[in-house]
Design a protein around this ligand. Structure first.
Ligand code: NAP
Length: 250
């Protein structure tokens, strides 16, 4: 993996940061991409301290020019990426009758448009190398979740997007897979707890009782799965959705 370059979106914190750190530990050079390059400093520092190589990339994944500029910067600094992790995400939860068009569009734009733009901007490096790995972040919410009509539609969309990438790019040695996490302890789930007015610890305890393995997930659980999907040995795994949720889907 020493010569491989990865780009991980939404890698300033949470699941994306854990994936970036894990891929760096696996030997990849990593473009740590998030809205503000300055916010990527913690992830880049953690990678560098551990002996890895990383660069901070500031970009809004929903903006075509911004994505193109970040990918060009990565090519100039570490090389063209042949591993792409589409992880950037936001929540704009509300019941259907209260959901604004802006909240619908914002979620679609970051998750789906963002994944499309980053995959499209990087596919040439993978096709040229005749090797590539695309990992897209879905969610158990793809199966439906009250108050998340925008998010669940986007996360189900990520699954169709992934399967089509697998079909189109397989002949170039590129695999595409999705990870569908369940409850993972990050700022995103902390914000949900705050929104519903439950202390985060209590929110986690309640969630754990509903999960077959009786615990909530950690960013490292998702990073471990991403590491497997990116590994050389996973070249025959493509077009799959792996639920990493402590059970079949919760
Ligand atoms: P998080 O802690 O909120 O981190 C998301 C990151 O994405 C943030 O650093 C955020 O930047 C960045 N981001 C947002 N919009 C962006 C944009 N337009 N361009 C570039 N970066 C952007 O979330 P997380 O819990 O780690 O979630 C990561 C992914 O896993 C998301 O796709 C999420 O939907 C998915 N997921 C999470 C869970 C869970 O339980 N946590 C479960 C299933 C799926 P800022 O800090 O600047 O906003």
């Amino acid at each position: 993996m020493a010569d491989r370059v990865a780009v991980v979106s939404g890698a300033a914190r949470g699941i994306g940061a854990a994936i970036a750190e894990r891929l760096a530990a696996d030997g990849l050079k990593v473009g740590v991409l998030d809205l503000d390059a300055a916010h990527c400093a913690d992830t880049v520092d953690a990678i560098t301290r551990a002996g890895g190589t990383a660069v901070a990339l500031g970009a809004d994944v929903s903006k075509e020019d911004s994505v193109a500029a970040a990918v060009e910067q990565l090519e100039r600094t570490l090389g063209g990426p042949t591993v792409v992790v589409n992880n950037a995400g936001i929540l704009r939860d509300n019941l259907l009758f209260k959901m604004s068009v802006d909240d619908w569009d914002a979620v679609m734009n970051v998750h789906l448009r963002g994944a499309f733009l980053l995959a499209r901007a990087t596919q040439k490096y993978m096709v040229e190398a005749r090797w590539g790995r695309i990992v897209n972040m879905s969610s158990t919410s793809a199966l439906g979740n009250r108050g998340q009509v925008n998010y669940s539609a986007a996360k189900a969309g990520m699954q169709g997007f992934t399967k089509t990438l697998a079909l189109e790019l397989g002949k170039f040695g590129v695999t595409a897979n999705a990870i569908a996490p369940g409850f993972i302890v990050t700022d995103m789930t902390a914000a949900t707890a705050e929104r519903v007015g439950v202390p985060f610890e209590e929110f986690q305890r309640a969630a754990a009782t509903q999960i077959p393995v009786q615990r909530v997930g950690r960013p490292e659980d998702i990073a471990h799965t991403a590491s497997f999907l990116v590994s050389e040995g996973a070249g025959f795994v493509s077009g799959q959705v792996i639920y990493v949720a402590g059970g079949p889907r919760d």
